[in-house]
Design a protein around this ligand. Structure first.
Ligand code: GLU
Length: 319
């Protein structure tokens, strides 16, 4: 896969430049909203002299061949990354090491609740809305054994010692949000996203996380987990999502919204990059390098981009 030409680095000699990243879930082709977030992550990283790393989050929701197609599409619109691509499915031992560390510190417990039971349970008093109510937090060993004998599989949860945590976002400022006894390993044995993302960001030396603002509510949990594991908390920038004409989050059903849909309509990857650039206020940019030259994070639109796939490309944007 192509990488960018050597980025101008702002780091001092001998100092690691830090890294940003894009971490798609390979559940299908990236749509224009995903590509726009990837462009922003690339711009934040490259404009600050950071590496730009790619991580395929393939612990679940995997569609065969989707990861390769996603990487091809990112490269096609000019978003190069620094190798190697990291695949979460190859890192299971790392997640187990982190879980073992938390378990040794008495910060985990087995949870036998089904999803339905959790939904039906009243949220714990003083706990955040929708938080795990703590049903299995203080089970005795014989109670746990009873559940096992009944054939229930156990998820592993974090024993959180607080209900809120504050993070700082480069675009949104301070954000205080809920922390609960989040799942670390699911009942089927799969490491949970919130754990994997924290372990991976630290292992990859990622100190800048740029992603869609739908993930903002998960961020206090992840930052808290990082501190429990003794890992640095990255700088965050949560960027507005792309919405459809009815104001809902853009989805595949909204029409010709993937790069491949657009190229089937006769547009080139450059056209698509131009449209993404224009949505960020950079009209007339036709390559990622053009956008990088003009990129100023403080001038980014604060509102979501409302996209009508039928009217995507205005003639003035077309190179
Ligand atoms: N894999 C997640 C997604 O595609 C993104 C996770 C992250 O950026 O932290 O929604």
């Amino acid at each position: 896969m192509p990488t960018d030409p050597a980025p101008a680095t702002t780091a001092h000699p001998g100092q690691r430049p830090g890294a940003g990243r894009f971490a798609p879930s390979p559940s299908g082709d990236l749509h224009l909203g995903n590509l726009r977030t990837a462009l922003l992550a690339w711009l934040f990283a490259r404009s600050t002299g950071r590496e730009f790393l790619m991580r395929v989050e393939d612990l679940d929701r995997v569609k065969k061949g989707a990861a390769e197609r996603q990487l091809e599409d990112l490269a096609a619109i000019g978003l190069g990354w620094d190798p190697p691509v990291v695949w979460q499915s190859q890192r299971l031992a790392r997640y187990e090491t982190a879980i073992a560390r938390l378990t040794e510190a008495d910060l985990t417990y087995e949870c036998f609740c089904t999803r339905k039971e959790i939904q039906q349970a009243v949220t714990a008093p003083h706990g955040p809305m929708g938080a795990y109510p703590g049903t299995c937090r203080n089970l005795t060993e014989s109670e746990r054994q009873r559940w096992r004998d009944e054939g229930r599989s156990a998820a592993l949860r974090l024993r959180a010692d607080r209900t809120e945590f504050t993070v700082t976002d480069l675009l949104l400022g301070e954000y205080r949000g809920a922390v609960d006894d989040l799942v670390l390993r699911r009942g089927d044995g799969t490491p949970a996203y919130n754990l994997a993302v924290v372990v991976d960001d630290a292992d990859q030396g990622i100190d800048q996380v740029v992603r869609g603002d739908d993930l903002l509510p998960s961020t206090p949990r992840q930052a808290y987990l990082a501190t429990l594991l003794g890992l640095p908390v990255p700088a965050y920038a949560h960027v507005p999502l792309v919405l459809n004409t009815s104001g809902q989050r853009l989805a595949k059903r909204d029409g010709a919204v993937t790069l491949r849909d657009r190229t089937a309509l006769g547009e080139s990857p450059r056209h698509v990059l131009s449209a993404l650039a224009a949505s960020l206020g950079y009209d007339g940019a036709t390559t990622s390098a053009d956008v990088l030259e003009r990129f100023r994070p403080e001038n980014l639109p604060k509102e979501p981009w409302r996209l009508d796939p039928d009217g995507l490309l205005q003639p003035s944007w077309c190179p």
